[in-house]
Design a protein around this ligand. Structure first.
Ligand code: DC
Length: 221
């Protein structure tokens, strides 16, 4: 049986960087499930659809084929054969992802793909509902969080490094809005599984956060 580690938490908690690093140390693959929702969102945006229009979003699902690739540099995501790993990282795609992720049919559409990867690989999978819905039997569940201000600051620094001209306030407002949507949607809302270990990284450096995660994993496995 494969080893599955679920890491859930709000946007900007450092999940992806930390999970990638932890997976590398363990020799497992790292699966970023947010990329799947971003890809569905991106497709609708490109079509000119409002990502809040559930019917429109659902109508795209028949035309979408999503594949994940795992390389030494990390995960790549392919939308109908096109590598969209970078295109899904814009603020528009972030909000689009949050919008489409509230649509039950979208979650169903992406469910099997996530299950299949976890069944066939030792993996560390990050998202919002991995410990609660996708992998309820994961051997390790971690809920990674930090204060909204800390998370916004980290995200802001990342975006500025990439040359974006967003303001800190815009990033914070976006993040609070996304947190609200993600925790209040009816289906698979963001919440810690009852048996998840909560790791709050507000006052931790990157290395301290990584150590905290690795300590939880070592304790559970
Ligand atoms: O982790 P991220 O920021 O790339 O996720 C983008 C959006 O996708 C996020 O706002 C919520 C949604 N999401 C989800 O609903 N379930 C997941 N397992 C992963 C992401």
């Amino acid at each position: 049986m494969s080893v599955n580690i679920a890491i859930d938490g709000p946007a900007g908690a450092g999940k992806s960087t930390l999970a990638r690093k932890a997976a590398e140390k363990l020799g497992y693959i790292y699966v970023d499930t947010g990329a799947l929702y971003r890809t569905v969102g991106l497709y609708s945006i490109r079509k000119g659809y409002d990502t809040k229009d559930a019917e429109k979003v659902i109508s795209t699902l028949d035309d979408i084929d999503i594949k994940l690739g795992f390389t030494d540099e990390g995960q790549r995501v392919y939308l109908n054969g096109e590598d969209v790993s970078e295109a899904i990282r814009t603020p528009e795609a972030s909000m689009g992802a949050s919008n489409v992720s509230a649509v039950p049919k979208v979650r169903e559409f992406l469910f099997d793909l996530q299950k299949q990867i976890a069944k066939n690989n030792d993996c560390l999978m990050d998202g919002r509902d991995i410990g609660t819905v996708v992998l309820p039997d994961a051997q390790v569940k971690i809920f990674l969080t930090a204060s909204p201000e800390t998370r916004a600051k980290r995200r802001y620094d990342e975006l500025v490094l990439k040359g974006s001209d967003v303001t800190y306030q815009e990033v914070l407002d976006d993040l609070i809005k996304r947190d609200y949507q993600d925790t209040h949607r009816e289906i698979a809302p963001l919440k810690a599984a009852d048996d998840a270990e909560i790791v709050d990284t507000s006052d931790f450096t990157f290395d301290e956060s990584l150590d905290a995660i690795l300590a939880v994993i070592a304790k559970k496995l």
